[in-house]
Write a protein that binds this ligand. Sequence first.
Ligand SMILES: C[S@@+](CC[C@H](N)C(=O)[O-])C[C@H]1O[C@@H](n2cnc3c(N)ncnc32)[C@H](O)[C@@H]1O
Length: 248
Amino acid sequence: MFRDLLDDPDNYSSQPGTFLDVPFVPTDDAVIKAMLDLAEVGPNDLLYDLGAGDGRIVVAAALERDTRCIGVEIDPLRIADAMEYAGDTGVEYLVDFIEEDIFTVDFSEATVVTLYLLESVNLQLRPRLLNELRPGTRIVSHAFSMGDWKPDELLAVSGIKIFKWVVPAKVAGTWEWESVDGTPHRVELQQKFQEITGRAWKAGKVVKLKNTYLSGNKLALDIESGAGEVAEFLLKFENNSLCSVEEF
Ligand SMILES: C[S@@+](CC[C@H](N)C(=O)[O-])C[C@H]1O[C@@H](n2cnc3c(N)ncnc32)[C@H](O)[C@@H]1O
């Protein structure tokens, strides 16, 4: 259905003068439920649906998860439909619809972002998603990927892919700490999205950095020194700096 519409750009606009980067195609209920489950949406979240259409994702999250939601939509006719739907379902007090372009709207307060756009549009949004959302914010996308930013989770519902990413903190750099017994540790980290590689030293000697796993602002890693001795650490980052280290 999406593909048929893409072949006919006239379908993009519901009214003259409104340029749509993506045509309106609604997400069905089963996929909405799977998206909200995958993002573990709950009452403490603030969900932004970028390109909100008739508001069905926003209303479902408000109605079923008690979540505060903002739908961003450039087409005023869809905004009117969405507001009417929110009113009919009695969730106006939890939802807002903003008539704005997804490329200019401020979504930095979101804890969850939902997308049903296109891969090319996701890629255009990607730098802002990575730089403006707080680490740990979940992004779920119906059907479309983010290019070489691999999803943290991927599932299929009736053959439709649903992607989830967790916005990674920026952790590249050199970080030093002392283990519980006072031994100095140092790592030099490189980062590609949530994938972390690098080198490690213990008491000034080269050791092996293994099993790095970054989720939001928490980086788990193992340091293996001689004779297979492995120490497990959890590094926590705030404002692009190491702020605490736990040892297991
Ligand atoms: C595929 S629909 C998804 C609707 C809804 N999120 C859902 O999943 O049911 C994409 C929506 O994005 C809107 N849209 C397209 N370009 C936009 C832009 N630049 N800014 C805001 N909304 C846009 C369209 O009007 C359309 O309603």
